[in-house]
Design a protein around this ligand. Structure first.
Ligand SMILES: [Cu+2]
Length: 214
């Protein structure tokens, strides 16, 4: 898995890790008990089967424990999710447009680009749409994705916390060249970003600035 590059990504990894370990432990308990019972209650040792009519404490335990586990998973997932739904006042809007088969980005001053450039430390409100079929705007390093739906604008928050280049791809199968629908999210120092936004430097130059990081 790619390294997570923002606190939200780490929250997602925490939930995935918790669920994975809960699964491994529950799997070991269930399969372990199965093998134990096959051995312990083999007909050689228990020639006569005994009928059991319920066990209230046991039933309470196997109801309450899974409910608590699932609620805790929900809590972890929810707290991570709301981080991506909350829009801070200083958020910068960037239009994200999906098409067969490329992404383009549009800034408030009308500048457009085929790679996404964002300044370090400023929340980015991606306003995501599509001009043809359904695409999925996906930034794996940030553990975030949002469908791009024709005729609708959906949003997704990004919190760039490290300078660097990050992969962007399409997460909805959208036709022949779906797999090639890739570009980059480039997180720049604020001054470089502003220079690029106002046409002072080329995208090759600013990409150079952010290289050396992931
Ligand atoms: Cu697509």
């Amino acid at each position: 898995m790619l390294p997570g590059v923002q606190s939200h990504a780490l929250a997602v990894d925490d939930v995935a890790g918790f669920i994975l370990w809960a699964d491994i432990i529950l799997f070991a308990i269930v399969v372990g008990a199965m093998f134990l019972f096959v051995f312990k209650y083999h007909k050689k040792r228990h020639p006569r089967a005994v009928n059991i009519h319920g066990n209230v404490p046991l039933e309470v335990v196997w109801t309450v424990v899974p409910v608590l586990l699932v609620l805790y998973m929900f809590y972890l997932g929810w707290t991570g999710y709301i981080q991506t739904r909350f829009t801070p006042k200083n958020a910068m809007p960037v239009k994200v447009i999906g098409r067969q088969w490329s992404w383009s980005f549009e800034y408030a001053n009308g500048k457009t680009s085929d790679s996404m450039f964002v300044p370090l430390g400023r929340p980015i409100k991606c306003l995501i749409t599509s001009v043809d079929v359904i695409h999925g705007f996906y930034v794996p390093g940030f553990r975030e994705k949002q469908d791009a739906i024709p005729g609708r604008v959906r949003y997704m928050m990004l919190y760039p916390e490290q300078i660097g280049h990050y992969e962007i791809s399409c997460s909805q199968y959208c036709g022949l060249n779906h797999a090639l629908m890739q570009t980059q999210l480039v997180v720049l120092p604020v001054d470089k970003f502003n220079q690029w936004l106002n046409g002072g430097v080329s995208k090759e130059e600013v990409k150079e600035v952010a290289s050396g990081n992931p």
